[in-house]
Design a protein around this ligand. Structure first.
Ligand code: TYM
Length: 332
């Protein structure tokens, strides 16, 4: 039997470079060899209370991007999280054995408490439990994600193992964060912070369908520093970020050239950014074309989601029968 892969992306508008290199690129490889479930995490997005029209639009958009960029409904299962109510049922069961102390210690929760003190809802607190349910509902073992999701994966293992121990069962295997390149990645943004993220604002984020002029402007305005004042100075975080972005799209020769320029203290960041903008446009242009084409051809998206939901529910029902039986409930 093939190993089971599960992963999802929150519908927060459109996919960005971090989503692509952290997760989506691996989806494309994995769909060829594994029994893969790729969903759109629309339950998760409710923690920020989107209005219904925006939510619907974002979900459609990410679905269109999944298809445009090469996910194949014949090779993998593509579905909306909210089409799988079994996930919500499993989330309820797992919540009974998830403890306040451990949930409060999760880094992403602590970040939200700091960044949105007026909306610290229970959904935010139990976010890792829902994520565990997403994975365990298919008894997934490989979870292609970026580095920022590592702690959530550890919690998924904790909740699955705890359930197994409590009910003397082996229903849940241990899911592992997975990257085709072995290392989980963290793609930096353009504003000098550690991680590209939509919540850091438009200027931080490169979207997969940014137009050439937008892309150019964003990169030319990226945060750098005042430049090295002498040879051998280490790179500041924002400059290291620019080099990390170059790694994704520029040739090794060009990266080596700017590395030497920096090491010798004579780098011109304008030249580096121009190079990065040119090579990023070469990378983005075909993705942008595919996405824009798909956005004009949305007629099959409903069918694809319905087909995926049916396949996903088959797998989910199987798991839930084992889970309900282990707990002592009647099976369906
Ligand atoms: P989300 O929607 O924030 O991001 C989706 C995927 O993109 C990766 N990612 C990044 N990787 C590297 N560098 C970045 N700057 C970057 N930004 C985003 C994320 O690591 C993720 O893999 N909780 C998840 C969604 C989710 C999920 C799941 C994932 C819900 N249930 C079950 C896997 C399995 C999230 O918010 O990802």
């Amino acid at each position: 039997m093939k190993e089971i892969v599960v992963s999802g992306i929150r519908p927060t508008g459109k996919l960005h470079l971090g989503n692509y290199f952290g997760a989506f690129k691996h989806f494309l490889t994995l769909q060829e060899q594994y029994d893969s479930y790729f969903f759109i995490a629309d339950y998760h997005s409710l923690t920020t209370h989107p209005n219904p029209a925006d939510l619907k639009g974002s979900v459609q958009r990410v679905l269109a991007e999944y298809i445009a960029l090469g996910l194949d409904p014949e090779k993998c299962t593509i579905y909306l999280q909210s089409d799988l109510p079994e996930t919500a049922e499993l989330y309820l069961f797992l919540n009974m054995n998830a403890y306040l102390g451990e949930l409060e210690r999760v880094t992403s929760f602590k970040d939200k408490v700091r960044s949105q003190p007026d909306n610290v809802n229970a959904g935010l607190l139990t976010y890792p439990v829902l994520m565990a349910a997403d994975i365990l509902i298919h008894r997934g073992v490989k979870v292609p994600v970026g580095k920022d999701q590592e702690q959530h994966l550890e919690m998924a293992r904790t909740f699955g193992n705890r359930f197994n121990r409590l009910y003397h069962t082996e229903v849940f295997p241990e899911p592992q964060a997975f990257s085709v390149s072995k290392e989980l990645v963290k793609i930096p943004g353009l504003t000098g912070g550690g991680k590209m993220s939509k919540s850091a604002g438009e200027a931080d984020t490169i979207y997969l369908n940014d137009e050439a002029d937008v892309l150019h402007k964003k990169i030319m305005r990226a945060v750098s520093d005042a430049g090295p004042t002498e040879a051998g100075q280490p790179k500041s975080q924002p400059v290291q970020n620019l080099f990390d972005l170059m790694q994704l799209v520029c040739s090794p020769e060009k990266i080596a050239f700017f590395d030497t320029e920096h090491a010798e203290g004579r780098i011109r960041y304008g030249d580096l950014k121009k190079q990065l903008a040119t090579d990023m446009e070469t990378f983005i242009a075909p993705l942008r074309d595919k996405i824009n084409y798909q956005l004009e051809n949305t007629s099959q998206l409903q069918e694809i989601a319905a087909f995926g939901a049916e396949k996903a529910r088959k797998s989910a029902r199987k798991t839930m029968n084992l889970v309900r039986e282990a707990i002592g409930f009647k099976t369906n």
